[in-house]
Ligand binder design. Structure first.
Ligand SMILES: Nc1nc2c(c(=O)[nH]1)N(C=O)[C@@H](CNc1ccc(C(=O)N[C@@H](CCC(=O)O)C(=O)O)cc1)CN2
Ligand SMILES: Nc1ncnc2c1ncn2[C@@H]1O[C@H](COP(=O)(O)OP(=O)(O)OP(=O)(O)O)[C@@H](O)[C@H]1O
Length: 195
């Protein structure tokens, strides 16, 4: 089996090869598929992220969710606890700044945070996933640490965490480490996985 490092490089290259048109179509299809999720009606506070490195563009989804009246949150690299994320309310006028990876994030000088336990749904970025819900990320361990003690499902069994990805990011089997948090749901432009 490939190492996690090799798999990360391979799948990052694969998604970087998608054309602008493929990216646009994928982002729109994802927004449609995601907004049709039956459990979305029960989710008011939703964490998303702004795309980077040829990840699926989340902007069409963000606009669709605002249109539905949802409260959205974006991850901030924790200013005190290294390797962890906190989630800041995100609206059309939220002041933004680039984090150390160059990804725009809300400026935490005006904090308006939502504790992980109070988010109804957390959308995670990922590099590679498999049909069993195993997830390989960018390699910072941010989501694994942040979700380590979080319930992955609501009390009625619906997913509270969902990975978003291009279809081409699916692999037969992600090599798993003990700290990996498995995803109870993954949404691609063409399919919903509920492992
Ligand atoms: N869109 C998005 N936001 C996110 C994540 C993500 O995966 N995607 N993260 C998910 O955890 C966190 C940031 N994690 C990241 C980890 C590594 C790199 C990255 O580009 N690494 C470079 C080297 C960076 C450097 O120079 O230090 C690389 O690997 O080429 C980016 C984001 C929080 N926000
Ligand atoms: N719950 C945890 N507690 C402490 N260290 C952790 C935890 N989860 C992950 N790590 C550390 O983080 C590092 C990166 O982990 P990994 O390669 O799984 O990240 P990733 O899932 O690819 O990244 P991300 O979650 O940021 O997208 C590893 O060295 C691992 O030891």
């Amino acid at each position: 089996m490939q190492s996690r490092h090799e798999l990360r490089q391979l799948i990052r290259q694969r998604r970087q090869q998608l054309s602008t048109q493929q990216q646009q179509q994928a982002a729109e299809q994802l927004a449609e598929r995601f907004t049709a999720l039956p459990f979305l009606a029960d989710c008011q506070h939703i964490a998303l992220y702004l795309s980077n490195d040829a990840e699926l563009d989340t902007w069409p989804l963000i606009h669709a969710l605002w249109q539905l009246g949802k409260q959205l949150y974006l991850p901030l690299l924790h200013p005190v606890t290294p390797g962890h994320l906190i989630f800041q309310h995100f609206h059309a006028n939220t002041p933004m700044r680039a984090n150390r990876f160059g990804i725009p994030e809300p400026d935490w000088s005006c904090p308006d945070l939502c504790p992980v336990a109070q988010l109804d749904l957390i959308c995670t970025p990922l590099v590679a996933f498999d049909a069993s819900g195993n997830r390989l990320g960018m390699g910072g361990g941010f989501y694994d640490r942040t979700l380590a003690n979080a319930p992955l499902r609501s009390r009625d069994g619906q997913p509270r965490v969902i990975g978003l990805a291009h279809a081409c990011q699916q692999v037969p089997a992600v090599p798993v480490e003990e700290w990996d948090v498995p995803l109870p749901a993954i949404c691609t432009p063409t399919q919903i996985f509920l492992p």
